[in-house]
Design a protein around this ligand. Structure first.
Ligand code: UFG
Length: 327
């Protein structure tokens, strides 16, 4: 199948390119390089430097490469930044995606559209684990824009027959270090890479945002999912849509929650290094606990996370760091 991966030079996108190539699909990557790494796209995979917000450019890519399925990763991803700079998110995540969807709908070739969505569409949950029907109360422009895209997909599906899946990631983590791929955000704000920076000495310490949350050890609980498991879920979603399965949204997580302190403890044991923690105030907008209910993806897509052990997730992230930074 001929596929387009937007944001294919980014963290999850680059792993997806590899996953698609591995199972024999053809891939073209579009990335504007605002956050991507050119060396994350394998040689031989066509790369187009473009903005997904240009319907004209995207129409040309879809036409020139006879694209049949689109995986849309290109987006701004920082919750805090979205609060400070909402224009970047409404334009970059919503307006640009609508422009891409115009090209997709007019292409006549695209049979499936897989959207990177997020647990941030739920806001602070009434209960965990969170199922897909939980009320959507996003608490940041990041979550709002991702939810708005889902709503557009629903309407376009109904009116224009677009087949789509919105995959709501919980906390993407880990790496396919053997393929030379991993997480490289600039600036880095995610917990696991920051903890590993503290282990390597790149940072002096890691701040723990909040130590008296209503959780078992007082620190925030998240559902960390290995990036390679995310990719397998995307392949399963594509198969589902191509088989004529119903469009919709799916949580992607492991269904297990881990606290910040657990992450630090696992990182200490995996790296064998000293990791200094500093108790800090809660970060604005952080819900105490986010854990996915993953039954829908299991039942409908036949997918579940195969790399759910925290030691595997943190271990792969560390192996990537050792390889990429020689720490
Ligand atoms: N944390 C710390 N110290 C840090 C960084 C993070 O204690 O230095 C804590 C946070 O408070 C949170 C947990 O570690 O409890 C994970 O934080 P991340 O920043 O790694 O991830 P988030 O859960 O905040 O964000 C993730 C995705 C977002 C997405 C969001 C959905 O990275 O893209 O889940 O709610 F929007």
């Amino acid at each position: 199948m001929r596929t387009l991966v937007t944001g294919g030079a980014g963290y999850v996108g680059s792993h997806m390119v590899k996953a698609l190539v591995d199972v024999g699909h053809q891939v073209v990557v579009v990335d504007d390089m605002s956050a991507g790494h050119r060396d994350a796209v394998p040689p031989g995979v066509p790369f187009v430097l473009a903005d997904v917000g240009s319907t004209k450019d995207m129409a040309a890519v879809l036409r020139d490469h006879h694209v049949e399925a689109v995986f849309h990763f290109a987006a701004k991803i920082r919750v805090e930044e979205s609060v400070a700079q909402p224009r970047r998110y409404w334009k970059g995540n919503l307006v640009a995606t609508l422009a891409l969807l115009d090209a997709v709908l007019d292409s006549g070739t695209v049979q499936a559209f897989v959207q990177s969505s997020t647990a941030a569409v739920y806001g602070t949950p009434d209960e965990v684990p969170i199922d897909e029907d939980h009320p959507k109360r996003p608490e940041s422009p990041y979550g709002e824009t991702k939810l708005a895209v889902e709503r557009a997909l629903e309407a376009y599906g109904r009116a224009h027959g677009l087949r789509w899946a919105a995959l709501r990631y919980f906390n993407a983590a880990g790496a396919d270090h053997e393929a030379g791929l991993g997480e490289r955000h600039e600036p880095e704000t995610h917990l696991i890479p920051l903890v590993l920076d503290a282990a390597s000495g790149k940072r002096e310490s890691i701040s723990i945002y909040g130590t008296s949350w209503p959780t078992p050890d007082g620190t925030c609980v998240r559902d960390y999912i290995h990036v390679s498991d995310l990719c397998e879920a995307h392949l399963a979603a594509l198969d589902h849509l191509l088989r004529g399965g119903e469009s919709g949204a799916f949580n992607l997580g492991t269904g297990r929650g881990h606290s910040v302190r657990e992450i630090v403890d696992v990182a200490r044991s995996i790296t064998g290094r000293r990791i200094t923690t500093v108790d800090a105030l809660p970060r604005a907008g952080d819900p105490p606990s986010l854990v996915a209910k993953v039954d829908r993806a299991a039942k409908v897509l036949g997918w579940s996370a195969r790399r759910a052990e925290l030691s595997r997730i943190v271990g792969d992230a560390w192996a990537w760091k050792l390889r990429s930074e020689q720490v």
